[in-house]
Design a protein around this ligand. Sequence first.
Ligand SMILES: C[S@@+](CC[C@H](N)C(=O)[O-])C[C@H]1O[C@@H](n2cnc3c(N)ncnc32)[C@H](O)[C@@H]1O
Length: 211
Amino acid sequence: MNTPAPSAFPDAAKTWNSRFSTEDFIFGTDPNAWLSKQAHVWLPGQRVLCVADGEGRNSVWLAQQGMKVDAYDIAEVGVAKARQLAAAQGVQVNYTVADCDQFDYGEARYDGVAAIFVQFADPAMRARMFHHIQRCLKPGGTLILQGYTPKQLEYKTGGPPFASHLYTEALLREAFAGFEVLALREYEAELTEGSQHKGKSALIGLVARKR
Ligand SMILES: C[S@@+](CC[C@H](N)C(=O)[O-])C[C@H]1O[C@@H](n2cnc3c(N)ncnc32)[C@H](O)[C@@H]1O
């Protein structure tokens, strides 16, 4: 019998299903700006995984750019909305409802991984997730990651209220020490991503290639 995977938040599926149980797309339907700016690293036809993709704004946009996209999320309500968004846009995305500890990532399977605001993960879960991301990328494959820095705790315009979940340049450099860092930037910007990421935000973006 499978034992439930440890989770950074107690009953994450219940929490997120309840957040997603509204007609609105709570992070909007446009792709994350760091992702859309950096996605030129991937070519049409390449295989990309969207980690904890929520309501599908990023996976659907990547499929519209011609990528072959797999995506997973723990919240079945979010994944159902993502499926609707993909159908409305006339694109195919291979969606799975899964916990980040239980998704079948495979090894050297993907040309790209998009990890956009996946800071539900505490340090132990984050280490496991980053390990999966590193393993599932092909050599030469590229990760695009966006998160908040600890300064975001002052802005309170999105993200978890836990310093241990947030990223610094040093943390990401160490976590992806074996990768070639193509871009790594801490910056501030005004976000308008639905109702949940709204206002002045302390952000960090990483683009890193597996050697
Ligand atoms: C801040 S949202 C970001 C969603 C999406 N990446 C985006 O940028 O629109 C975080 C997502 O993580 C998902 N999530 C939370 N805990 C998870 C877990 N243990 N495994 C997989 N997904 C999880 C939530 O359901 C939610 O969709």
